[in-house]
Design a protein. Sequence first.
Length: 290
Amino acid sequence: MPKEIRLAKFAGFCYGVKRAVETVKKLKLENPQREICVLGELIHNTQVIEELDKMGIKSIHTLPKKGSGVCVVRSHGESPEVFKQIEQAGFEVFDLTCPDVKKVQQQAIELAKENYYLVIVGKAQHPEVIAIKANALQYSSNVIVADTIEQIQPYANGLKTHKKIGVVVQTTQMISTLNEIVTYLTSLAKELRIANTICQSTSMRQSEAIELAKDSDLMIVVGSKKSANTTHLAEILKDITKTIHIETEKELDKYEELIEASQKISITAGASTPDNVIEKVIKKINGKGE
Ligand code: SF4
């Protein structure tokens, strides 16, 4: 019997990533003489980074003391301090922070200003979370980051005494993590204000993939292992059906037997995975399925 291979509708670039990649390319094409760099990697995808590099758009990982031309802030956003440093170094700032990330920063600022003890549900080391925290810290020192209850427990007394707790979420978090943390915080707070800031693109991608997984023998998640939304996607799906997380079609060789044994295979991909990478995966699986 031929295999059934399905591709998720919400696989690949989200609008924030698409906007960042298209805008930065357009900027270079319209200003070929200008030096353009991106602080950090614009997206978690080696091929796209290499393509930008060839166009003369360099990724820089530390800010030089002196610079010239344009410095792009990627979709994760940056702290107000970093914005200042970019300007002080002599660059013109080109801000490509995703509008959804800006909304989280704004909600975090509002909660901090209104004296809520702010809990940011997310990974402390993720650039998006670092920037959200830095924005909130301008208005209050009562700000913590956690993606497990254990990480909040050391602050339980302070949170209980403060009574007012506010919550925002990293845009690519899993709803189950938010739910667990909110349930725990309910036992500490007199007043709890929650801004569910998981972005629509992430929640649609996750919900669709969950439905596909329920009716698949194998889920294939395509995308960088450094990408938060991609790894979360694979984590969620592993609890539902057999799931593999690959960066490119080359990794499929490792799973040849598993693919052979699976009748219904569904494919989804993270927000920073280009269409051509997904297409190569489908092609290769189709080859195996023949
Ligand atoms: S995952 Fe969501 S928040 Fe992040 S860049 Fe894409 S649309 Fe924006």
